[in-house]
Structure formats: structure tokens, C-alpha cells
Design a protein around this ligand. Structure first.
Ligand code: FAD
Length: 569
């Protein structure tokens, strides 16, 4: 369209390839194109974002900015540090914008934000162009085809998908870009609020707050550094950016056997360097990899491979359908999807016994739940990798250090925290994942936690992961534990998953004594905590409690849950 001045708003799509929204922006044949990222306070302040995910985001922004510059030396990613809801009306005017273009986002907060921005754009006479590109199917379309019901299985997604039509092939990356226009910023700036508490543990107290103005120091619109944001340095070895993502995808696709015969349950959660699955999840989260690019590159290998190729749901394309399933469910349920309260599809389970509940009003808990202080203590030990079960501790330490763990590792720690050990609320665990995962995706995180806690999607609560027998199946020698719990490095194979059973002489010989709750040192020895409970005993208690909760059969939107009267049951 002649004379169009387009503001392209990058959010969940930090890439040039496979971007229907960017293609739509360029179809407008703009006279000028502004490529903008707004530093949404919701992300900076309200969400729990640890330094590892922040670093991944900054990597993606820097890589994207460099790619934009390669296509046109005048282009780069313009990073603006203000909420879009207050920033855009000023930009529309100052930069004389005619069109605002972005990729559709069906997350609950994003929907609210985008509705506001759309209204503001209309008021300013700016045309809005929105395109879906984040998932294989538009989650809103899945909802429609499922008649408003949440997608609770991959089969539901497949059936709805058949009605929607073929998954589109990816759009190619642009080969050139128009110039941006002038970028005056001489309007009144909103100063972002001060730091919230939520990220305090990540903040480096000696550093200043993250912002010093709308576009950062020097007004060069550049992505900041973690140091400038006042965050502790990242510890993850996994780096972000479209360039890396496409390279990773290339090397996966080059291995046709791996790509075509991938079966998730057969991949080892104990594998590291290299891990057993693709590790493309953080790239899908930030959109540094297009999901349709991923899907079609894999599908083309599968189609050529013939009958020995694996099939959904366990195949690689099946994994992407799980992702769509959780996005579809979230699009139906909105904010309540990420919690039990008011969630019509999440079973209500009184995970631990609040101290004000008297022992004779325990119909609903069956009398099996632990008291709150114990639950809190177990939760903290789980979070910090000090449960005394080396398999669980190794996974939690890998998660904190690197920001990614294998899917079955996530199964193990989530089941252990909830219905297979501690009987602590899944929402507490989901919060830790939100903070530490580099691939944290609200829909996938909440949905998978519900699955593992057996509150939705899955109900076989009697299938519990043993923290000893399960890892032994994959890694008899305990290489994974030795890597992430280095104090146990010298333990004999026989005791690597149950160090508390090692005779004292063996403990001394291995240089690590099993004692206390904290770990640390004792004289010349390192120490590793005793297990925080007898797992076999806890498994029985949890099974009885889950059976009872299923029998009572409350859901998150039951009036007795909403008004708290479940406590009197
Ligand atoms: P691959 O096995 O290579 O799969 C390819 C892609 O398919 C992944 O990159 C991912 O985008 C998608 N995928 C695979 N399995 C799932 C699944 N079960 N649910 C949704 N998408 C899937 N995944 C996230 O992307 N973000 C999360 O916040 C998240 N939280 C989780 C929490 C728990 C408790 C559990 C059990 C799983 C969670 N997952 C989450 C799903 C899954 O564990 C990761 O997507 C996967 O391990 C990422 O590794 P990968 O890229 O090597 O996966």
C-alpha cells in the first residue's frame, strides 16, 4: 500500500523465517518499516524470569537485530523500554504510523494487552494487521472446532485440525527490507515503576534498576545487558537466537533416522552432552524458530522415510501437537487455566493440610495430607536440590543451573513434588519452573504440571515414578547424578541412587557423609542430606489421599472451592 508507515511489533516471533505476520507487513510495501520490541513491564516485573531466560531473550534480540541490519544497514531492532499500552499512542503520532502489525498471541494476559492496544490504534486511526504463526493451528480455531471445549488430548487436536485444514508451509524469510523512518522520541516518557520483589533473588544489589529511560542509555535502542538490568549473570550453556536455532534444526534434520524414528518415551532423561531430545523448546518459546518450519522440515523427512517412521503422539511432530493441545486448552480457559481456582477442568485436591483445619473435618483430605510447615520444608528442599534423593536433586540442580531438563526429568520432579511424594500443590512447582526454565511457556507449563499432578489431562495417579528404580533404567552407573551432584561423584554404583544405604566406611572412602538436611561439609568430608522421607511410605500415603480426593470429586470451579467451604466437608 503506497505511503504506508508500518510499525512491526516483535513479541513471540524473534525471527525472520516462517513469519506470516512479517510477510503481511512487507506485503503492505511500506514506505518505511519500524521493527520494534517494547519492554513490557508484565514480562520484566510480574512474570518470574530468572537470568537464564533473560539472557536467552537478549541473545534472540541481538541476533534478530543483526539479521535485520544484514538485510538493510539502516535497520535494527528498536528496543523501547515502556509498556506498549502507554508507549504506542505516542509512537503512532511521533512516527506517523499507518499500520501496526504483529503475530497473534492467545495467552490470557496477551489477549487483554492486545485488545487495549488495538483500541488505542483504532482511536489513532492506525490499521491493525494480525497473523497467526506461533502454533501449528490457531488456538482460537481449535476452540471453535471443539465447540468451546478445551483440547484435553492430542486426538482432539488432530480431529479439530482435520476440520481446520492442512498446516500451512512456512513463509520464506525476506531478502530485503525497506528503511525505517526517523525515530523522534521527544514526547513525554513514562518512567517504569521500581523493581518488584519477585526478581529480587536474581538481582545484583550493586547494580541499578534496569531502566534509565525509554530506549536505554544513549538512546541507541539497543538490547541491554544482564548487568545493566541489574541481574546476576546467566549460568546456562544454552544460547538464543534464530541463527543458532536454524543451525540446530539443520543438524537434527540431517540425521534422518533420528528425525523419522523419534519416540519420546524412548529418549533418555539422563542423557547430557548431547541431550536425547532436540532442545528446541526455548527457541519455540521466543519464536527464534518457526513452529511450521520445524513441523514441515520433520514431516518431509518422515514422508520420505516410509513405514518405519514413528507416528504422533510419540513422534517429533506429535510433540508439537502436545504444544498445540495446551495452547488450545489455555485459549478456552483463559487466566484460570494456569491455576486450580475457578478452573472447570482442574480437579481440586487439598494438597496439604492448612493448620486451621481440625482433625475431625478431614473428609476431603482423608486425613492423609501433611501439615503446612512440613510441606513448606519439603518444598524448599525440593526446590534447592536437597531432598536426599540424588536423582531428584540432580534434576533440580540442572534446572536451576542450565534452565532446561528433559521431559521425563520434568515428569520425575513434578510427580515427586505432588502426588508421588511430597503432596505439595502443583502450582508451587509450576512457579519454580516459571522462574528457572528457559523455555517457560504458560500454556505448556501449567498444562504439563496438571498432567503430572493428575488434576487434568491424565488420571492414572497410581503410576508413580520411583526416584531410584526409574533413573536406574536409563543410567545404571549414575553418570547424570555424578555430574550434577558432584559431592556423590565417587560413590559406588551400588549406592549412587541410595547413598544413605552406604556403610560409613564407603561414605568416608567416597569423601561424602550422608547426614543432616542441608549438605555442606563435616571436617574433611563433604556432606549430602539424608532422604527427607521414606519414599515407599509416602507413596502409599499419597495414593490413599489421591483416591480420596478423586472420590470426593471437586473441581476448581465448584462453589465450595470458590467460597472456601470445602474445608467444612
Ligand atoms: P522435544 O522432545 O524435542 O519436542 C519438540 C518440541 O515439542 C519441544 O521443543 C516443545 O516445544 C514441544 N513439546 C514436546 N513435549 C511437549 C509437551 N509435553 N508439552 C508441550 N510441548 C511439548 N515445555 C515448554 O515448552 N515450556 C514449558 O514451560 C514446559 N513446562 C513443562 C513442565 C512440566 C512439569 C513438564 C512435565 C513438561 C513441560 N514442558 C514444557 C514440556 C516438555 O517437557 C518440553 O517441551 C520439552 O522437554 C522440551 O525439550 P525439547 O525441545 O528437547 O523437546
Amino acid at each position: 500500500m503506497a505511503n504506508s508507515r508500518v510499525l512491526y511489533w516483535f513479541r513471540t516471533d524473534l525471527r525472520l523465517h516462517d513469519s506470516p505476520a512479517l510477510a503481511a507487513a512487507l506485503d503492505l510495501k511500506p514506505e518505511c518499516l519500524y521493527c520494534v520490541w517494547t519492554w513490557d513491564p508484565h514480562y520484566v516485573y510480574r512474570a518470574r524470569v530468572g537470568p537464564n531466560r533473560f539472557q536467552f531473550l537478549l541473545d534472540c534480540q541481538n541476533d534478530l537485530s543483526a539479521s535485520l541490519t544484514k538485510l538493510n544497514p539502516k535497520q535494527k531492532l528498536l528496543l523501547l523500554r515502556e509498556a506498549p499500552q502507554t508507549l504506542f499512542p505516542k509512537l503512532f503520532k511521533a512516527w506517523r504510523i499507518s499500520h501496526l502489525v504483529f503475530e497473534k498471541d492467545t495467552d490470557a494476559y496477551a489477549k487483554d494487552r492486545d485488545e487495549t492496544v488495538t483500541r488505542l490504534a483504532r482511536e489513532a486511526g492506525v490499521e491493525i494487521v494480525v497473523r497467526m504463526g506461533r502454533t501449528l493451528y490457531d488456538p482460537d480455531e481449535l476452540v471453535k472446532k471443539c465447540k468451546g471445549k478445551p483440547t484435553m488430548s492430542v486426538t482432539m487436536v488432530q480431529n479439530a485440525g482435520k476440520q481446520i485444514g492442512a498446516i500451512p508451509r512456512p513463509t520464506p524469510a525476506p531478502t530485503s527490507l525497506p528503511d525505517p523512518g526517523d525515530t523522534p522520541l521527544d514526547f513525554e516518557q513514562e518512567q517504569p515503576a521500581q523493581q518488584p520483589d519477585i526478581n529480587d533473588i536474581h538481582r545484583n544489589d550493586t547494580e541499578k534498576s534496569y531502566s534509565s529511560g525509554i530506549s536505554g542509555p544513549g538512546s541507541d535502542f539497543a538490547p541491554p545487558t544482564l548487568q545493566e538490568l541489574g541481574l546476576k549473570p546467566a549460568t546456562t550453556p544454552h544460547r538464543g537466537g534464530e541463527t543458532i536455532a536454524l543451525r540446530m534444526l539443520d543438524s537434527i534434520i540431517a540425521n534422518e533416522d533420528y528425525t523419522a524414528t523419534f519416540e519420546k518415551p524412548k529418549t533418555a532423561p539422563t542423557a547430557f552432552e548431547p541431550q536425547a531430545t532436540t532442545l528446541l523448546s526455548p527457541h519455540l518459546h521466543f519464536g527464534s524458530l518457526g513452529v511450521r518450519e520445524f513441523y514441515w522440515r520433520v514431516q518431509d523427512v518422515v514422508s520420505a522415510y516410509g513405514r518405519r517412521a514413528s507416528q504422533p503422539p510419540t513422534s517429533l511432530t506429535g510433540q508439537l501437537l502436545f504444544r498445540d493441545m495446551y495452547f488450545g486448552a489455555q485459549a478456552t480457559l483463559g487466566y484460570s487455566f494456569a491455576q486450580t481456582y475457578n478452573n472447570s477442568h482442574a480437579r481440586f485436591i487439598p494438597w496439604h493440610l492448612p493448620s486451621h483445619i481440625s482433625p475431625d473435618s478431614r473428609l476431603i483430605t482423608g486425613g492423609y495430607a501433611v501439615d503446612s510447615p512440613t510441606a513448606e520444608r519439603w518444598f524448599q528442599r525440593w526446590k534447592h536440590g536437597r531432598t536426599g534423593f540424588p536423582w531428584i536433586d540432580a534434576l533440580m540442580r540442572q534446572l536451576r543451573l542450565e534452565g532446561w531438563i528433559h521431559h521425563l526429568g520434568r515428569h520425575a520432579v513434578a510427580s515427586f513434588l505432588t502426588r508421588g511424594g511430597c503432596y505439595v500443590d502443583w502450582e508451587r512447582g509450576a512457579e519454580v519452573f516459571e522462574e528457572w526454565l528457559i523455555d517457560h511457556e504458560t500454556a505448556s507449563n501449567a498444562g504439563n504440571w496438571q498432567w503430572l499432578a493428575c488434576v487434568a489431562f491424565y488420571s492414572m495417579f497410581y503410576r508413580v515414578y520411583s526416584p531410584v528404580a526409574f533413573p536406574q533404567k536409563w543410567d545404571k552407573e549414575g553418570k547424570f547424578v555424578r555430574r550434577y551432584v558432584p559431592e556423590l561423584k565417587e560413590y559406588p554404583v551400588k549406592y549412587i541412587y541410595e547413598p544413605w544405604k552406604a556403610p560409613l566406611a564407603d561414605q568416608r572412602k567416597a569423601g561424602c557423609l550422608v547426614m543432616g538436611e542441608e549438605g555442606g561439609t563435616e571436617g574433611e568430608y563433604a556432606t549430602y542430606p539424608r532422604p527427607m522421607f521414606d519414599f515407599a511410605e509416602r507413596r502409599e500415603v499419597c495414593l490413599k489421599a489421591m483416591k480420596n480426593a478423586y472420590k470426593v470429586g471437586l473441581y476448581g470451579n465448584d462453589p465450595r472451592v470458590l467460597d472456601g467451604s470445602w474445608r467444612k466437608l
